[in-house]
Design a protein around this ligand. Structure first.
Ligand SMILES: Nc1nc2c(ncn2[C@@H]2O[C@H](COP(=O)(O)OP(=O)(O)O)[C@@H](O)[C@H]2O)c(=O)[nH]1
Ligand SMILES: [Mg+2]
Ligand SMILES: [Zn+2]
Length: 305
């Protein structure tokens, strides 16, 4: 869409004060799609920050040098803070069933952190080659009870991976999150063949400090589907606002919103029995209760690879 030499585009990478912008593909077939942009001064001045994943309007496009200027941000549905990425459509929480062992409390914390963004959250269980089929089915059943249809992956069953890839291709912008060592980098490299996530070697070469900003990048799976590559950056940020918490547990949300249960007190936290009508007979209730009780001392957990 040409708006008098203004184009819409998507920021796929950011480094220093430069941005790579993928211009809308069906605009013009002769157009080389990716251009290098800086932000218009006034936009900078108004301190409006621009992030990877933002949809932007680009102007002053120079076709020869493939340069342009970001004029404005078109829309931002959401913004993940760490890593900083805008417009995520799907979060995949990745956990391994073994090596490292599945830790249910940790899986739950990742799921709840992910739910905070308000997008679709799915659970992926990797390394199913290390467990028996009965155990895999048992886990699928367990997480069904948590409100998640777990995707299981097993290198000995490539059809699981194919199905997952078909699903990812239908999503606008997916991101993987999960603890270290569960196979996120392995999975990303399988999804985007040729992608070399050399984080480890690069960071040892440069000896980057812990607080150094790392590059985040969007990789296209198709013309309308992207996946976020977050090199060595797997964050579990859990800042609990206890009033939000009941909405983030499907088992509670279901009862309160869909079944319309009413507790005596508005904003009931479903902890005390007095006047509470929540059916607490579900597996994650113990985790829920723990989160409410420990949230007096707010958590902000950052985990890096
Ligand atoms: N058995 C088994 N090992 C795997 C699988 N996927 C990855 N791994 C191994 O798990 C380790 C951690 O993988 P990596 O992708 O670096 O995990 P990340 O920290 O989540 O990025 C590596 O030694 C991988 O070879 C799998 O499906 N099955
Ligand atoms: Mg990794
Ligand atoms: Zn209640």
């Amino acid at each position: 869409m040409n708006l008098d030499n203004k184009y819409k585009g998507l920021i796929t990478k950011k480094f220093n004060s430069f941005y790579l912008v993928q211009l809308n593909r069906d605009d013009n077939k002769n157009f080389k799609n990716i251009i290098l942009c800086k932000i218009k001064k006034s936009l900078n001045f108004r301190n409006q920050l621009v992030f990877v994943g933002d949809e932007v309007i680009v102007e002053q496009i120079d076709l020869k040098t493939k340069r342009g200027t970001i004029q404005s941000v078109v829309k931002r549905n959401n913004l993940l803070e760490r890593p900083a990425v805008a417009n995520i459509s799907d979060i995949y929480v990745i956990c391994s069933v073994e090596e490292p062992k599945l830790n249910l409390s940790q899986v739950n914390r990742f799921l709840i952190s992910a739910e905070k963004l308000g997008v679709e959250v799915s659970l992926v269980l990797t390394k199913c080659d290390l467990i028996k089929e009965e155990k895999r089915l048992f886990l699928i059943d367990k997480f069904q009870g948590w409100g998640y249809k777990a995707i299981t992956l097993d290198p000995n069953n490539p059809e699981y991976f194919k199905k997952f890839l078909i699903e990812l291709n239908k999503k606008k912008c997916s991101i993987f999150m999960g603890p270290s060592g569960v196979g996120k980098t392995t999975l990303l490299n399988r999804i985007i063949p040729g992608l070399k996530n050399t984080t480890a070697s690069v960071s040892t070469k440069i000896k980057r400090g812990k607080n150094t900003t790392r590059n985040v990048e969007l990789f296209p799976l198709s013309s309308s589907s992207y996946i976020v590559d977050t090199p060595g950056f797997n964050i579990q940020a859990l800042e609990i606002d206890i009033r939000e918490l009941p909405k983030l547990y499907t088992e509670i949300y279901e009862q309160v919103v869909n079944q319309g249960i009413n507790c005596k007190f508005r904003n009931c936290l479903h902890i005390n029995d007095q006047g509470c009508n929540l059916n607490k007979n579900f597996e994650r209730y113990v985790f829920y209760k723990e989160m409410i009780e420990s949230s007096k001392n707010h958590h902000y957990l950052i985990q890096e690879d």
